[in-house]
Write a protein that binds this ligand. Structure first.
Ligand code: J2J
Length: 544
């Protein structure tokens, strides 16, 4: 039998259990324990359609039980996949734990995803259902979900939070359901991707709970902490680093911010006494700017995590003084490995590195950056930059249903090729110095070059396309699509951008710049040279 995912070797799993990393607890069981320990304390604050909800741990637990029972009654079986596309609404919390208690696997779509991505997730996972909202930020998510359901035969139900159907689900009488296997898959997270459509990442209860528990400890969360989910909570970073799950693990209060902008976030920080949150560098920069003129009292805010993309030294130095917080850099990935600077690290480490791994059992190898297939033995000299490989108690050994891709993305001895270029300091801290994957990091939002190229090439006027990153003061990087037209055609940049949008993709993937060129520079072997495209574009940007 071929498995859909690659488990850790039995001896390695036994070692992680013996070390106390994997404790055999499911997320459903965790919530039961939290409700017992913190029942009357507030767990969830969030707004939807102008109404604010405030649920205690006991209410959160009860809602999750009801939704689980409702899902099982609707025919959802353990191990079935359910695509979840929810913005930061309070229902995110009980839906997630309801799915876990039903034994179903959430597949985490981002609110920005559109038909093409949702359809891919549903097809790839053979999802049985989609859970979403109605109209949010002017997009009708329910309509998109229904269109996807019509396209993908496996999808039997679409549940829309806020609809009568969802109210029925949430009103089902709670009952005990069998607890799933804690060593089994709990959910599918999304990869930022570099080749084609995003890969699905199978994470287990055991491995993810370990990273969540340790993240909560490293970020010093206590029941008195208040975590603001400023970024979309389904993303691995606000979900788990330490994220909403880390906050609940500590018995803290989670506040869902409907949007990440400074005005919205600052209002909630003041109103709810937020102590900790996580943002991407462009957002940190915007918050720093707004802080100087805000009337809001941000004095409760103690820790600001910055990660998802490189936080430059200059920004790192401004964050603390401008916002009156302690900066914590975080470098993580949905595939596993997460590094933090520690709250007691010297300033030099906090300002100049992206931290060190969560676990003493995270294995990090920095290898020959010029050999894309370098193994875990091809190490660079200590302190030299190289390609980061990693293996450990919460880093996957393979993507979901992707054997060909896995053969490239993992070494034979199970290390994940992160595609990041790093330098490791003597103290073991990592500094991210670049990237060796065909991905653009647009202020923390990941764009796989090939995915956008494939969309462009579907246009009848386009012969060839190459999408590259261009430096950007605000986002760090923006996307530029180089396009070679078919003979006689003259596609324009606005038309191509419109075309991409019309194919139903997340707005952040629509190229920021489009350059129509006669031909691509080629390398010695006749391949499109993205490096030359980048150089050419840098020159163009300078001229402009
Ligand atoms: C440079 N690049 C970074 C950083 C991520 C915590 C934090 C972030 C993510 C995340 C996450 C970076 N400096 N500080 O899942 O749990 C780039 C790297 C990495 C990729 C992973 C978490 N922090 N990156 O961003 O799966 O290139 O996860 O490999 O979206 O983001 O992207 P993603």
């Amino acid at each position: 039998m071929t498995l859909d995912h690659t488990p850790w070797p039995a001896s390695v799993a036994a070692r992680y259990r013996a070390a106390g990393h994997w404790r055999g607890q499911t997320f459903g069981a965790l919530l039961t324990a939290l409700a017992e320990a913190h029942g009357p304390r507030v767990a969830v604050v969030g707004e939807r359609d102008g109404t604010t909800s405030r649920w205690t741990y006991a209410e959160f637990d009860d809602r999750a039980h009801r939704i689980a029972a409702g899902l099982v009654d609707s025919g959802i079986r353990p191990g079935e996949r359910v695509v979840v596309q929810l913005p930061n609404v309070p229902e995110f919390a009980p839906v997630l734990f309801g799915l876990w208690r039903a034994g179903a696997w959430p597949v985490f779509a981002l609110p920005a995803h559109r038909h093409s991505e949702l359809r891919h997730f549903a097809e790839q996972s053979e999802a049985a259902a989609i859970i979403t909202v109605g109209v949010h930020e002017r997009h009708d998510h329910a309509a998109t979900a229904r269109a996807v359901a019509a396209d993908v035969a496996s999808v039997r139900h679409v549940h829309v939070v806020g609809s009568a159907d969802f109210d029925d689900l949430s009103a089902t009488a709670p009952r005990e359901l069998p607890d799933p296997d804690p060593s089994g898959v709990a959910f599918l997270q999304l990869s930022g991707g570099s080749t084609g459509l995003p890969k699905l990442i199978p994470r287990t209860h055991d491995d993810y709970l370990y990273s969540v528990r340790e993240s909560a400890r490293i970020c010093a969360l206590t029941p008195d902490s208040v975590y603001l989910a400023a970024l979309p909570a389904a993303h691995n970073y606000p979900l788990s680093s330490p994220g909403v799950l880390g906050a609940w693990h500590a018995g803290a209060k989670v506040v869902f911010s409907p949007r990440p902008d400074a005005d919205t976030a600052f209002r909630l920080i003041e109103r709810e006494g937020v102590t900790i949150t996580g943002v991407v560098p462009p957002l940190a920069a915007a918050w720093v700017q707004t802080a100087a003129r805000t009337g809001h009292d941000l004095s409760t805010l103690d820790v600001l995590l910055v990660g998802g993309a490189k936080c430059g030294r200059e920004l790192a130095e401004r964050v603390g003084p401008a916002l009156g917080v302690r900066l914590q850099q975080v470098f993580g990935m949905a595939e596993g490995l997460v590094c933090y600077t520690r709250l007691d690290d010297p300033a030099e480490v906090v300002l100049g590195t992206q931290g060190r791994p969560i676990s003493p059992d995270d294995e990090v190898r920095v290898v020959d950056p010029d050999n894309p297939l370098a193994g875990s033995d091809d190490l660079v000299a200590p302190g030299e930059p190289g390609a980061l490989l990693t293996r450990g108690p919460y880093t996957i050994r393979g993507y979901y249903r992707a054997p060909e891709h896995n053969a490239l993305a993992f070494t034979p001895d199970g290390f994940y090729r992160t595609g990041d270029l790093v330098r490791q300091t003597e103290s073991g801290h990592l500094e991210v110095v670049g990237r060796a994957k065909e991905q653009i990091n647009r202020g923390g939002e990941k764009v796989a070059a090939e995915e956008v190229e494939d969309h462009l090439m579907a246009h009848p006027d386009v012969l060839d396309a190459a999408v590259v990153a261009v430096p950007d003061d605000y986002l760090g990087e923006r996307t530029c699509a180089y396009v070679v037209p078919v003979a006689g055609a003259a596609p324009t940049a606005p038309a191509l951008r419109r075309f991409i949008r019309g194919r139903g993709v997340a707005a952040f993937k629509v190229p920021d710049l489009v350059q129509v060129v006669e031909a691509f520079p080629v390398t010695g072997v006749g391949k499109t040279s993205k490096r030359e495209l980048r150089v050419a574009l840098a020159a163009l940007v300078k001229e402009a």
